[in-house]
Design a protein around this ligand. Structure first.
Ligand code: G5P
Ligand code: MG
Length: 222
């Protein structure tokens, strides 16, 4: 779809409600298919950590569970993708509005869009147990994939934190924001024939299906 391209480079998007497992499934995709991973949320959190003007502004929206304005978000992502011209990539959590989808479509070719459909009650339970390593975006869950040492990242030994927007009010707002925006985005990609839905309660149930789908979709020379 969009810009013409005939290389073995492969570009995918992963969408889904807050805590539907986008980050968890992305890390498995990166491990098995060697795509570069770019998460809008991780990018914003690194801007917040660096106390940039964009980061400080974005935090005011994120803490409430609202979306960062389209122009700011699209500019951030498009700039990052411009650095990945020679790479296959996986874009996590972008686009989140039809406007963002249209902006992306004008700039980049996308091969497939993976959409995760996980029941809401499962999501609410998960968030309470999530611990994040901000610098890398690695996520843990006290039940599902606990770190080897509680509160410590397995790879770097640095401290894990609980995200400010994982408080119950913000999670409720994030879910509402997602529901209010997702339908036209899915219709947009379905209209381009590149949407693939994955429904399930658990990551370990969804992941083999995503793996099978990508094994079929990614060019073998990649
Ligand atoms: P983010 O950072 O993109 P969300 O809300 O879309 O945030 P989030 O919270 O990062 O999504 P996820 O990546 O879908 O969730 O899920 P995950 O982290 O892998 O899994 C959630 C938890 O469940 C983890 O603890 C994991 O270990 C656990 N888990 C996974 N699978 C299972 C399972 O099978 N069982 C169990 N028990 N646990 C499991 O965006 C944050 C904010 O940034 C802004 C917005 O303000 C947004 O709210 N933002 C944007 N604003 C505008 N436009 C955009 N495009 C934006 N992108 C981000
Ligand atoms: Mg995530």
């Amino acid at each position: 779809m969009s810009a013409l391209r005939s290389s073995p480079i492969f570009r995918a998007i992963i969408l889904g409600a807050p805590a539907s497992g986008k980050g968890t499934i992305s890390s498995r995709i990166v491990r098995d298919f060697k795509l570069k991973h770019l998460s809008g949320g991780d990018l914003l959190r690194s801007q917040i950590g660096a106390k940039t003007e964009v980061g400080l502004m974005a935090k005011t929206f994120m803490d409430k569970g609202s979306l960062v304005p389209d122009d700011v978000m699209s500019a951030l992502i498009i700039n990052e993708l411009a650095l990945l011209k020679q790479h296959s990539w996986l874009l996590d959590g972008f686009p989140r509005t039809l406007k963002q989808a249209e902006t992306l479509n004008q700039k980049e070719h996308v091969d497939v869009v993976i959409s995760l459909d996980v029941p809401e009650e499962e999501i609410v339970q998960r968030v309470a147990g999530r611990w994040t390593h901000i610098a890398s975006g690695r996520v843990y869950n006290t039940e599902f994939n606990p770190p080897k040492v509680p509160g410590i990242d397995d790879v770097t030994g640095e401290k894990l934190i609980q995200r400010d927007d994982d408080k119950p009010e913000a999670v409720r707002q994030r879910l509402q924001t997602y529901e209010a925006n997702i339908k036209p985005i899915l219709e947009f990609y379905d209209g381009h024939g590149i949407l693939k839905l994955f429904k399930g309660r658990f990551t370990n149930e969804i992941w083999p299906k995503v793996h099978g789908f990508l094994s079929e979709s990614i060019p073998k020379s990649n």
